[in-house]
Design a protein around this ligand. Structure first.
Ligand SMILES: [Zn+2]
Length: 104
């Protein structure tokens, strides 16, 4: 696993952290488009698992098993912070693959 932001598989331009982050929270099914060459990239299946295991999973585990709080609002608050921290890392780890266009 290398912590380098994904590059366009067509022209090698690096995507920005923000482009990837926005795509991930656009609910994963919208492909990311290279602003340089227009190649579309879709999240890989392992990428989806990584995304979930860095965001939703830590929150669920904390809320269900690890919370020291009796207060549900405090528990949920910390859970959401975990989700946020995890999500900030996802653009470095989640991978996309270029969508083969028939006209290429
Ligand atoms: Zn490109």
């Amino acid at each position: 696993m290398n912590l380098i932001i994904q590059k366009c598989q067509n022209c090698n331009r690096s995507f920005s952290w923000r482009e990837i982050y926005n795509t991930l929270w656009g609910w994963m099914y919208k492909p990311i488009e290279c602003t340089n060459c227009g190649a579309k990239h879709k999240i890989t299946i392992p990428g989806r698992f990584i995304f979930v295991s860095l965001t939703i999973l830590p929150m669920l585990i904390f809320v269900n098993y690890l919370s020291p709080f009796k207060n549900f609002v405090a528990t949920l608050g910390v859970g959401l912070v975990l989700l946020l921290i995890g999500s900030l890392l996802t653009p470095y780890i989640v991978r996309f693959k270029v969508v083969r266009n028939k006209s290429l």
